[in-house]
Structures are given as C-alpha cells and as structure tokens.
Design a protein around this ligand. Structure first.
Ligand SMILES: [Zn+2]
Length: 208
C-alpha cells in the first residue's frame, strides 16, 4: 500500500490508511525522519542516488543553485544522494504520482495558499520512498541566488536545501536555538545554506 505525506510552507499533512498484512515491524527512533504507521523511519534506503528530473520550466540559470543544494547534503553524507537525469522534463505539466521524481517550477499556484514558497510530496511503500515531487511557487515569490532585488525574494539555494531534505525523508525540525535547514519557516531575503549539527546527525541515521 502506498502512502504519502506532503510538506508545504508550514503545513504538514498526512494521509494514513490502516492496512495489516504482516507482523508489525519494530518501531525506530525518528531521527527527524518521517515515520510510517509502524514507527519505522522512511527513506530511500539503498536506492540512492535518487533519480531526479528537472522540469523544462525550471530556469536554466538556477540549475547551479540546485546542484549546490544537492552538494550540501552529499558532502555531509559523504556519498552521492541525487542524480539529475534530465533538465528538460516535459511529460507532465503538473505534479502527479507517476513514478517519476520531478522538480517543478510552477507559474500557477492554489489561490488559497499564497504564502507557500514550495511543497514537497513523498510517496512510500513500507519504509521505502519510491517517489518525490517538489513544486516551487513562482507565482507568488521571486527567487534570487546572490542578492535579493525585491522584498519578496526567496533565497533559492536555501529553499532547495530544505526541500531536498524533505525528499530524503526528513521532516521539519523546529526549536529554539537551532539553525536547522529543516526549520519550517524560511524568512524572505534570508540565506540558510549550511547544515546544522542536528541536520547532519539526522541525515546519518539513514544515509551513511
Ligand atoms: Zn518544509
């Protein structure tokens, strides 16, 4: 049975179904990962690097920011975690559960969610993620890589680091006195490019 979770800007929604077909697996510490109904951490396990396709709408000048965001996680893990298999993906204009993990750059966004900078959905079976889709909200925000030119600028690399964390299976990490890249909110015109110790520790629970 496939289950999924979607992370939006400050919103975490879970759909769960009850499904018993085997003895319950043993629960694990969360390590800040999403857990399935049995309390197991979900991640891509040994299915890395994660094949990621980039939609053709994603501006080409921003691809280096995506590559740097990927490197940030990979440098911590000491291994490859993502493999961009295409930067010209066009098969689907809007995200769908189609077996492909895609980074979308969307010019349209739900009118009732104008404060959502991006949204990542992950789909898993058992304790293994099978697909992830990342949507970036180009309708309501401006993005920048060096200096923000407008007061609604989002530092793209910081945003991508956060969303890639969700793709890896990490959930939000909020708390006082933590500089986690997985903190729920990324303020406008703020850079958050370095993994904190808590992020590195979490990552190592599933990707060694
Ligand atoms: Zn998030």
């Amino acid at each position: 049975m496939l289950r999924y979770i979607t992370f939006g800007f400050g919103i975490a929604g879970v759909l769960l179904g009850l499904f018993a077909c085997a003895p319950n697996p043993k629960a694990e510490e969360s390590c800040n990962f999403v857990q399935n109904v049995y309390g197991q951490r979900i991640s891509w396990k040994d299915q890395v690097p994660i094949p990621l396709m980039v939609h053709s709408n994603f501006p080409k000048e921003y691809l280096p920011a995506l590559e740097r965001a990927i490197k940030t996680w990979e440098n911590s893990a000491g291994r490859r975690l993502f493999a961009i298999t295409s930067t010209q993906y066009q098969d689907s204009a809007s995200p769908a559960k189609d077996g492909q993990s895609v980074v979308y750059w969307l010019h349209n966004w739900e009118p009732e969610k104008p404060t959502e900078q991006a949204r990542t959905s992950i789909y898993w079976v058992g304790n293994q993620i099978r697909e992830a889709d990342l949507r970036i909200n180009d309708k309501n925000f401006d993005f920048y890589t060096d200096t923000s030119n407008t007061n609604k600028g989002v530092h793209l690399e910081s945003l991508l680091i956060h969303e890639l964390g969700h793709i890896l299976g990490l959930k939000h990490i909020d708390g006082t006195d933590n500089n986690s890249v997985m903190a729920t909110y990324l303020a406008l015109q703020v850079k958050r490019e370095n993994l904190s110790d808590i992020d590195k520790e979490a990552l190592s629970c599933e990707y060694k």
